[in-house]
Ligand binder design. Structure first.
Ligand code: NAP
Length: 247
């Protein structure tokens, strides 16, 4: 049972499903009070909050489109009002649509940059003034950035931007004892990766790492828990590629 009253508070963006939901579960079981952020999946977010509360954790669901600066401000307001503080920010929310660059519409380009890059920018800027000294920030890149596969031009460009934010922001927070790192997963069995792929394509991705399987959301949640917890204190400004040895 967690000591809810004294719990450190973690905001996990995009925590209604996939990797974010696994991170919320793991951080709650590590003793954090957790903000389950989502944009559309309110049923899933509410069910997760109910599950975490049933296990003795403090948790709230907060609807906020991370690409919208006002929504993000309101998410930090709700966190401070209901949980009292912000100690950890996990910028997990993200989208992927694989399309050759030549076929990428203006709308898809804008949406991918808005959620993956502007979304991370919005929460980082808010965290700079609202996060406690000693806090932890974990951004989300992707191992696809190292693979340069066709169809990933725009997505990889957004993750390159997130890696740049990570390196620079770690230095801009000098004196605050706040670490800023990024996790760059390889393929993980979530709808972001699985949707639109044939079984054959999925199997071929699963065979790529020397560990010969897809990542599971819990594999990535463990890495985030390390960076957000006491053992990760001396890791700062780094990109941690959690991918079974793929690249
Ligand atoms: P997912 O299963 O598709 O889940 C995405 C989550 O992000 C959902 O909770 C979704 O909530 C939320 N979200 C989407 N747009 C949002 C917005 N504008 N504002 C707030 N929340 C939003 O994806 P995932 O596989 O867990 O991916 C999580 C992160 O890992 C992403 O940054 C992704 O790029 C990265 N990643 C994933 C893989 C992989 O193979 N799965 C590999 C490398 C990196 P709603 O349903 O409410 O919109």
């Amino acid at each position: 049972m967690n000591n809810v009253r004294n719990a450190q508070v973690a905001i996990v963006t995009g925590a209604s499903r996939g990797i974010g939901a696994a991170i919320a579960r793991r951080l709650a079981s590590d003793g954090f009070a957790v903000v389950v952020n989502y944009a559309a999946s309110s049923k899933e977010a509410d069910a997760l909050v109910a599950e975490l509360k049933a296990e003795g954790a403090a948790a709230i669901a907060v609807k906020a489109d991370v690409s919208n600066a006002d929504d993000v401000r309101r998410m930090f307001d709700a966190t401070e009002q209901q949980l009292g503080r912000v100690d950890v920010l996990v910028n997990n929310a993200g989208i992927l649509k694989t399309v050759p660059l030549v076929d990428t519409s203006d709308a898809l380009f804008a949406q991918t940059f808005d959620i993956n890059v502007r979304g991370t920018f919005n929460t980082l800027r808010e965290a700079a003034t609202r996060m406690n000294n000693g806090g932890r920030i974990v951004n989300f890149s992707s191992t696809t950035l190292a693979l340069n596969m066709p169809g990933y031009a725009v997505y990889n460009a957004t993750k390159a931007a997130v890696e740049s934010f990570t390196h620079v922001f770690a230095k801009e927070l000098r004196g605050r004892s706040i670490t800023v790192n990024a996790v760059a997963p390889g393929p993980v069995a979530t709808s972001l990766f699985l949707d639109g792929k044939t079984d054959e394509q999925i199997q071929s991705f699963a065979k790529m790492p020397p560990l010969q399987r897809l990542g599971q959301p819990e594999d990535i949640a463990s890495v985030v828990a390390f960076l957000a917890g006491p053992d990760g204190a001396w890791v700062n400004g780094q990109i941690l590629r959690a991918n079974g040895g793929l690249a």
